[in-house]
Design a protein around this ligand. Sequence first.
Ligand code: F6P
Length: 319
Amino acid sequence: VKKIAVLTSGGDSQGMNAAVRAVVRSGLYHGLEVFAVQRGYSGLINDDIREMDLRSVGDIIQRGGTILQTARCKEFVTPEGQQLAADNLRKRGIDGLVVIGGDGSYQGANKLSKLGIKTMGLPGTIDNDIPFTDFTIGFDTAVSIVVDAINKIRDTMSSHERSSIVEVMGRHCGDIALYAGLASGAETILVPEVPYDLDEIANRMTENFSQGKRHSIIIVAEGVGKGENISAEIMKRNGIEPRVTVLGHIQRGGTPTHNDRILASSLGDFAVRRLIEGDSGKGCGIVKGELVATDIDKVVNTKKQFNMELYELSKRLSQ
Ligand code: F6P
């Protein structure tokens, strides 16, 4: 490849900017011409593409959000939209594309790859729901934000001897809840991957308080249900009303952690090097510290394995 482009798509995540910077700077370092597409796939369709230089990605490694902006684009779902996107790249002679995003973005990258554009996907989502990578870009920062919030909630819960429900993001994947729950010592972690028993949770809460516990924290992934509804169900069972905090989009903003910046930098550079070597149609990731590239087809058709070991550990430690 001689000319490549980069775009961010789907829900943003902290570290996307660091990944854009890495793709642009690594591409330029290797003598490529590098372009950026604004607003994800809709920018491809609308031909919103500009050439980048070293300075166009200055001062962004520390910023949340994405300077390229992002969108969920309906038109791109159609074969006509995909063809138009591929044509817009081709007319500029761009033959390589790095897509930074989550599951839906990978599906788009897969389509473009089948239309002959050499495409690499980078896992940019706070959800950590992409298989064939241990971590996605943004996940570490999101977990840190949730842990920080739970620390604060715990202070006031202890003073008042209260129970709290913290609702976090994750529609299909409970990783934010799992990692933040384990790291913050939550008593109960509710995730879409594991069934739960409200009677057992309500009884344990009553027992814990009667044995001198001063607070009780339940972390709920949004895919399980609304924190408010779970609170009402617990109240019905044991008379204790857990106070609900919905963290929402706070989890998706702010400066990325050093882990996310390093992951984004390594993966961005890796994707460019793979494109130069002629690789295409791959999702990039990190598995046990190694950078890996897996067929996007396989990535989009595989469900990420839930880490039951960590889940069991959190149960053992949160008595
Ligand atoms: O996929 C990332 C994510 O933040 C999910 O955790 C969440 O369910 C969803 O996006 C929220 O999307 P939106 O910001 O479009 O409401």
